[in-house]
Design a protein. Structure first.
Length: 120
């Protein structure tokens, strides 16, 4: 009887450890997923990308001194209902002459789209 309960305990111990580990790991996994596109965006990264890749043609912020005339400003783009949300992300992921192809990752496109949307 004693041996049996001991054996039972020994089996239960790793199980308990595994469940404890799951409890630890699950929130971490959820966090990682959020960072990878679960809705959390990085506006600062979006602003950096805009300055690096778009500011040579577009007015990407209100404090930018000049851009190419006739190219829509980010504030104008932010107000376009045909370029809202997911559509803008998809647009940013594809090639679009005269814009040079810049090969954004999905995360970068999401951050950039959020930055553009914030310029209205
Ligand atoms: C070489 C200059 C140039 C660069 C760099 C550039 N664009 Fe553009 N972009 C344009 C021009 C010109 C248009 C207008 C094209 C038109 O109306 O057909 C445009 C249009 C757009 C549009 C609207 C497209 C539409 O459907 O009307 C979006 C959105 C856009 N650009 C986003 C960006 C973003 C984001 C970046 C930086 C990653 C960027 N552009 C970099 C020149 C540029």
């Amino acid at each position: 009887m004693r041996m049996r309960s001991l054996a039972f305990r020994n089996k239960a111990a790793p199980l308990a450890a595994i469940s404890a580990l799951c409890l630890l790991v699950l929130p971490l996994a959820a966090q990682a997923q959020q960072a990878a596109g679960g809705g959390r965006t990085d506006l600062k990264n979006g602003a950096d990308l805009a300055k690096r890749w778009c500011a040579s043609c577009h007015l990407v912020s209100k404090d930018q001194a000049k851009a190419i005339e006739g190219v829509p400003t980010f504030a104008e783009l932010a107000r376009r209902s045909d370029l809202a949300g997911e559509r803008l992300i998809v647009f940013l992921l594809g090639p679009h002459p005269p814009m040079p192809p810049i090969g954004l990752s999905r995360d970068e496109a999401r951050d950039l789209a959020a930055y553009i949307a914030a310029q209205r």
